[in-house]
Write a protein that binds this ligand. Structure first.
Ligand SMILES: *Cc1c(COP(=O)(O)O)cnc(C)c1O
Length: 378
């Protein structure tokens, strides 16, 4: 089966794990610190904070910015549920904003502006599929409205511009992301006092960590804020250090596979659209395509599966998930809903050869082009 995504893990990761085990120190220590510094460097930042997941990163950011009950946070609905969940964690209200268009499925600035109220405190941008939102326009918007600007950069690690938009950015190293530590995440926050508050809240709000206490004369610590256990460990950091070295080269390979997809789709599958038709900085995390309006998606999914090709959907809109529909029943985002009905994500990962792109496009053409065995609903 050609999967939508697959991690690349091998001998270097195995030996990095062995070294940690042999070292006798497995919880947060020198490797986590080295990973934080290397991750920050790749994004032109002074420092970063490694955490257990991107979800933890998002929670820590909102917590440290003191966003809470009564506050509203602008979020996309075309995203993974964690982007909105973190707003609920701190007791604030997520306000869902529609996408720009089917070709640019990123948060619409015009609609974000229209949904701002006196209670709006922050906006969380998500760089869908790895394609960056318009940095200057969102910075100007956040300044004008006095909002915190936060990036859910789960799809865009390794892009020097990701993490430079505003107050803080959250990254994910889950198994299907551009680089992985199995589970893991990081925060980039340019302001050092915000960053250190996030670092402290990651470890129970304690003023020093276990590793620091072993290496100092004072075994004592204090707790000066409410914190969480959102730590990364040495095993994950060791894998992360290996993966991070490969990330720029891996993102370049994703770019080439995406370019091939775009060329072959235009030639052989003209009724299928590939969003982001205009050049835009991207980490090429996934390959979303849009079926023609009105086309029944399930037969296409089945046809590709019969050819040994997995497809997924990014995403079922968050405001349509039962939890959120029950909480906010009146939300309507027509562009997001239309996009989510037509979207299919086809395989894009580093273990697939360029010929696999041809295989996918050929199977897709057989399923959707006029004269193909299965017809439109019309
Ligand atoms: C994967 C993902 C997350 C969550 O990441 P975890 O590390 O699994 O918590 C959040 N937002 C987006 C957009 C994601 O794709």
């Amino acid at each position: 089966m050609l999967l939508v995504s697959e991690p690349v893990l091998g001998a270097p990761e195995k030996s990095a794990l062995s070294e940690v085990i042999d070292s006798g120190w497995i919880t947060m220590g020198a490797r986590v610190r080295a990973f934080e510094e290397a991750f920050a460097r790749l994004h032109g930042a002074e420092d970063s904070v490694a955490v257990g997941s991107c979800t933890a990163a998002l929670h820590l950011i909102l917590h440290a910015l003191k966003i809470g009950p009564g506050d509203e946070v602008l979020v996309p609905s075309l995203t993974f549920v964690a982007t909105a969940n973190c707003v609920l964690y701190v007791g604030a209200t997520p306000v869902f904003v529609d996408i720009d268009s089917a070709d640019v499925p990123l948060m619409s600035l015009a609609e974000a502006e229209a949904k701002c109220t006196g209670r709006t405190k922050a906006v969380i941008l998500m760089h869908y599929a790895g394609y960056l939102a318009d940095r200057e326009a969102w910075q100007a918007f956040a300044r004008r409205k006095g909002l915190f600007l936060i990036e859910d950069a789960a799809h865009a690690p390794g892009l020097p511009t990701a993490g430079t938009f505003g107050d803080a950015a959250a990254f994910s190293f889950y198994g299907n992301k551009n680089m992985t530590t199995a589970e893991g995440g990081a925060v980039i926050a340019r302001d050092s006092s915000l960053r250190e508050a996030i670092r402290q809240a990651r470890g129970h709000g304690m003023t020093s960590g276990t590793h620091q206490r072993v290496n100092s004369r004072t075994p004592d610590y204090d707790v000066t804020m409410l914190g969480f256990n959102y730590r990364m460990d040495e095993l994950r950091a060791a894998i992360g250090l290996v993966q991070l070295k490969n990330l720029p080269r891996w993102n370049e390979r994703r770019r080439r596979l995406t370019a091939l997809y775009r060329r072959l789709l235009a030639e052989r599958c003209p009724s299928v659209a590939a969003p982001f038709s205009a050049p835009r900085e991207s980490a090429h995390h996934i390959m979303p395509i849009l079926l023609p309006p009105g086309r029944d998606r399930q037969p296409v999914i089945d046809r590709l599966r019969d050819c040994g090709i997995q497809t997924t959907i990014h995403y079922r809109p968050v405001h349509r998930l039962t939890l959120y529909r029950d909480l906010y029943p009146s939300v309507s985002l027509p562009r997001t809903e239309d996009f989510a009905r037509r979207e299919l994500t086809v395989p894009l990962h580093l273990r697939m050869p360029p010929q696999a792109v041809e295989t996918v496009v050929t199977a897709l053409a057989a399923a959707v082009e006029p004269g193909a065995a299965i017809g439109a609903v019309a």
